[in-house]
Design a protein. Sequence first.
Length: 77
Amino acid sequence: MSLQAPDRETILETVRSWTSEDRIELVQAILQLELHKKSAPAHNFLALAGIARIPGETQPTAEEEQQWLDERRELRG
């Protein structure tokens, strides 16, 4: 049996009952997560992609890696 994540409104209802200090701590934690995502080096993605390589598969060229990074940046807007 899997649990469904609560929807946004349910979360907001829960958070409204918290103290101001607890809500501020939550906001700070969320911002830290977002800042960490944005500051994570792009090469981490490429390193993880390397873990999933098929044995015998050739390593991507620098041009392919640059294209992936460019596509990723476009998706982020």
